[in-house]
Design a protein around this ligand. Sequence first.
Ligand SMILES: Nc1ncnc2c1ncn2[C@@H]1O[C@H](COP(=O)(O)OP(=O)(O)OP(=O)(O)O)[C@@H](O)[C@H]1O
Length: 328
Amino acid sequence: MENSESVRVAVNIRPLITTELLNGCTDCITIVPGEPQVQIGSHAFTYDYVYEGAGSPSSAIYDDCVAPLVDALFHGYNATVLAYGQTGSGKTYTMGTNYTGEGGNGGIIPKVMENMFKRVEATKHSTEILIRVSFIEIFKEEVFDLLDSNSAASKVEGQSLAKHTAPGRLPIQIRETVNGGITLAGVTEAEVRTKEEMASHLSRGSLSRATGSTNMNSQSSRSHAIFTITLEQKKIASCPNGVNDDIGDDILCAKLHLVDLAGSERAKRTGADGMRFKEGIHINKGLLALGNVISALGDDRKRKEGGHVPYRDSKLTRLLQACFDLFF
Ligand SMILES: Nc1ncnc2c1ncn2[C@@H]1O[C@H](COP(=O)(O)OP(=O)(O)OP(=O)(O)O)[C@@H](O)[C@H]1O
């Protein structure tokens, strides 16, 4: 990869939406011309990339930040894309997690699907490829399988959260394997052969996801959603055109996690009370644990001293542990 940094941070600034304009909100953030830097009042913040713009998420985000990870996936590297931000800031929109399959649905995940299958098509004569997807959500510190048909079956119209207490919807357990890996007991891992098949799992899972209304977002995701693509490749012995990536004879296996986190929020601003407030506590706890893991790993001195990395403080950090270990 051109940029050898293991972690890169991009900011995507969304335009004000109609309700905000009607409430008289104005933009408070400006991009410093020619720099990946934003200015809020007198404070300037620098990132690896900064984007802005209305409409479908810019393909520049995909090209700069995600395409290299898809490329790495085909070379056997695990990778994770995390969308983090305040509730209503545009995470689901940017990731494309609310994919319905209808026209105009953009986002990072649909672009990943499109580009992966283009690549599969281009290499199918030389490589045998098996792709599986899973789609889970972490809601109130419990893991649910969004591809489990029981989840969707119990959905009650107009009460999107009713399904989470429905008897058919059981949380799944995180297990540790003998070699220290993390697995989810009984999670659906659907084998997909086409982009359309993958898209149908994404849209089916999206419909089962926990959403609720807050003052800051009428369709707020109340859970962390992780769409995982597992890619297994095996070189075909007799390759007709003789062209092949240097992947050896073994099976090369890698995972790409596409994570749409629940929004960080302050109870006062979201107007959350009752159930919404309790969800907010779990959401913020998971995000805090994620922040603590990233800073523990980012602290060179602590890492060299073998300092403790608090993966076990949340389900989110436990599930992503394998990827973090590889990052740093
Ligand atoms: N780049 C954009 N252009 C136009 N509208 C956008 C853009 N990004 C987000 N929006 C709109 O902003 C609103 C909030 O976006 P979204 O639901 O993706 O936020 P979120 O960060 O996922 O929120 P939450 O954490 O509450 O789930 C939606 O109405 C969405 O359509």
